[in-house]
Design a protein around this ligand. Structure first.
Ligand SMILES: [Zn+2]
Ligand SMILES: [Zn+2]
Length: 174
């Protein structure tokens, strides 16, 4: 029965290895998350403290600027000036903020003759967020996005919500 026992031990080691691998991204998030405290790139940009970032639009509540890794011809972010980590940290009291960010991105697109119908507006969900400061993506044209980008911004997935889905999510939140 020794070979069988050895086989079992091997199985456990493989299983343990897989568990550690699965947990690595979360560990990384915890470590980088805590070491980044007090330094948030989107807080700096929205406060105008990042000279390398051009602010394309600004009002009392949020700014709009280009995404540094565009997923289509036009890719902008609406970022609130108040530090909020993600959609998950918002409540149904924040639907107004979501609406005004959407309105801001849409009118910015219209002013620049960018189609708002062949466009995608939405949020990533943790832990699938690159910057821990709420940002709404505005991407156009939606129809020419690559397969990889479509997957990254897949509506109704566990990692991305359109503005419409986000509103629904916040409404259902107590
Ligand atoms: Zn911030
Ligand atoms: Zn994102």
């Amino acid at each position: 029965m020794l070979p069988q026992k050895q086989l079992n031990a091997k199985k456990y080691i493989i299983l343990l290895g897989l568990c550690v691998l699965a947990l690595l991204p979360f560990l990384r998030f915890i470590i980088t998350g805590s070491s980044n405290m007090g330094h948030c790139i989107f807080c700096e940009i929205s406060a105008g403290k990042q000279p390398n970032t051009v602010i394309d639009f600004e009002n009392e509540d949020f700014v709009i600027f280009k995404d540094i890794k565009p997923s289509s011809t036009y890719h902008y972010l609406a970022v609130p000036k108040r530090h909020v980590e993600s959609l998950k940290s918002l409540t149904n009291n924040d639907i107004g903020l979501v609406n005004s960010m959407e309105q801001g991105l849409k009118s910015f697109f219209e002013k620049n003759n960018i189609s708002t119908t062949d466009a995608l507006f939405g949020f990533h969900l943790p832990p699938f967020i690159t910057v821990k400061h709420l940002h709404m993506h505005g991407i156009a044209p939606r129809s020419t996005m690559s397969f990889v980008h479509r997957m990254m911004f897949k509506t109704g997935s566990a990692w991305f919500k359109t503005v419409e889905e986000a509103r629904q999510y916040l409404q259902e939140k107590a």
